[in-house]
Design a protein around this ligand. Structure first.
Ligand code: R5P
Length: 286
């Protein structure tokens, strides 16, 4: 029996038709939910395991995503302009995993280029509580000003750099709320215990990242199921999909939870049924 999902409806009062239109292309109006495919890791992680050749990773999966999150470089080189999936363009950067502190980010793409690239949203990281908190929050303010002017929604990402242990409800509630108060139209954060507290106090739609690959498929399905039940509108997931040996089966199973309210058990069945569709050889390690 399916557990009833908690429905938290968040209506953003948007002034621009273009902005509303772009947002509704990424969050399906019929379900109010979204499966976003995150492939923007290279901007600070370099050739991440199983994202070494971005087009090979993206092509089999893109038809199952409401939106694709990439950088300008991957968009130009590895995404066919004929593909219709809305693009969330990563526009912050300036650090790499070789540094201890990943929070020293600036804006790497102008809003003019984002418009020229015909993207549906721009995304940047904010690093609340770090030495670069102010700088990343001012980046967000500037991006929201420019986005409002051009009709492009802004997704703020509550990044924690290498400090993964920071991801608790107290910290994430604060970060998400700050992002929404500065004007983010959507916030991407992490799932955590008591996630409902994060969702309830954030007045704009929330999606959750998957984070590093979890021990099992069931763990990723459970994260998705719980996040949706507690108020997220979807996922913006990367490694738990494309680092899996069966990425198409994985994204189809995630979709079943997000759009069809499937349980974890049902998602496992869908994953197993679809395993033959596309698999990846265990080759390069990064
Ligand atoms: C970090 O590189 C990006 O913000 C990713 O888009 C985000 O972490 C989601 O990807 P994953 O599910 O792999 O954590």
């Amino acid at each position: 029996m399916k557990t009833a999902f908690v429905s938290i409806v968040k209506v953003i009062r948007l002034s621009s038709w273009g902005l509303k239109n772009r947002l509704s292309s990424m969050i399906r109006p019929e379900t109010g939910r979204s499966v976003m495919l995150a492939c923007d890791h290279g901007y600070f992680m370099g050739p991440t395991h199983r994202l070494e050749v971005p087009r090979k990773t993206i092509e089999p999966l893109i038809r199952y995503a409401e939106a694709l999150a990439v950088t300008r470089g991957v968009l130009r080189t590895s995404v066919d302009p004929k593909w219709q999936t809305p693009i969330i363009l990563r526009v912050s950067g300036g650090t790499s995993v070789l540094r201890e502190d990943l929070s020293d980010e600036g804006l790497t793409v102008s809003m003019t280029d984002a418009v020229r690239l015909n993207v549906s949203a721009v995304a940047l990281s904010i690093f609340v509580g770090t030495d670069h908190e102010k700088q990343t929050l001012l980046n967000l303010g500037k991006l929201v000003d420019d986005g409002e002017e051009m009709g492009i929604p802004v997704m703020a990402i509550t990044a924690v750099g290498k400090e993964l242990e920071k991801r608790d409800a107290r910290y994430l509630s604060l970060s998400c709320r700050v992002a929404a108060e500065i004007g983010a139209h959507v916030v991407k954060t992490y799932y955590c215990d008591d996630f409902h507290k994060v969702a309830e106090s954030c007045p704009v739609p929330l999606v959750v990242a998957g984070g590093p690959k979890l021990k099992s498929e069931a763990d990723a399905f459970e994260l998705t199921y719980n996040a949706l039940k507690e108020g997220a509108v979807g996922v913006d997931m990367g490694r738990n999909i494309w680092q899996n040996d069966h990425p198409v089966a994985m994204i189809k199973a995630i979709r079943s939870i997000v759009h069809e309210n499937c349980t974890v058990k049902e998602a496992i069945e869908i994953y197993n049924e679809n395993k033959s569709m596309h698999s990846v050889e265990n080759s390069i390690t990064a």
